[in-house]
Ligand binder design. Sequence first.
Ligand code: ATP
Ligand code: MG
Length: 286
Amino acid sequence: MSETAPATGRRKEAHVLVCAQYSEKGGVGKTSTTNGLAAVAAERGMRVVVVDADPRGSATAELGITDTSQIPTLNDLLAIPDHGDPIDPAEAVHDALQPAGPDWPSTVRVIAAERPLAHRETDPNPIEGRLARALRALDGEVDLVLCDTPPRPAGKLVAAVLTAADTVLIPSSLTTDGYEGVVHARRSLRLSRQGANPDLRYSGIVRTIVPREHDRRAIHDRIEADLFEQWPDEVLDVQLTEYAVREEARYACVPLTLAGGQYAKLLLTAYGQLLDHVLSGEDFGL
Ligand SMILES: Nc1ncnc2c1ncn2[C@@H]1O[C@H](COP(=O)(O)OP(=O)(O)OP(=O)(O)O)[C@@H](O)[C@H]1O
Ligand SMILES: [Mg+2]
């Protein structure tokens, strides 16, 4: 028998886990973390869906979808036509699930982004709950949903993702933007918990694009120390080191699991540890 949580009406029984990678700042590793997790999850045999909520479509491109003009996208799922009956996202979601490119495992599917998705930011319709409804319809069919987000403080796309998410991971590079992105993302998570998504969990901060020893400067140490000082319990042990092979995989639009060599292996181990952490369900509170 299913148990019902009165606050949200969500079923508490196992449903597809939705993890969002979110920071307010750009270039801090959101997309790389999303697709890195997708690659290792798929290698473990999990059925994965990547939701690309960034209209620039970086995650979509790395997942091998180059032409979005002929496929239903997240934009179609969120948009409500001016006339006629609105389409129920719980029904439309199956059409929007597109297979990732041929180099990706067949268990990876994508709800793609396209440029017009940017118009949804200012959509006057109440679209924020549509992704949540769509993803709930995937219970039992998918094991993990990973959402990539645009670098924005708020707006309807971020709201749609934070409403749909079970948990949020905050990627932070060892830069000023990385740190600032955490400050503001934590605030957005708190607001989401106080509003649309009281059950939203927080999986903590993952250090990304971490320079290797010979590239590491005093400023990186300083920002890392700031992260630990400010949020000592939230910075994860696992970190994602900067290796050219990650950029190469992205350029080639292939999963990192296809790349050979010791650095790919090291990064895959780190993504695997991060996946274990996300799947553990640990919630850091805010
Ligand atoms: N571990 C890594 N090693 C090398 N390069 C990396 C690594 N992780 C990310 N990068 C590169 O760093 C850049 C920024 O990463 P990414 O695109 O994931 O950030 P983002 O937060 O999604 O940015 P945006 O907000 O612009 O979408 C990209 O060029 C990416 O390929
Ligand atoms: Mg990105």
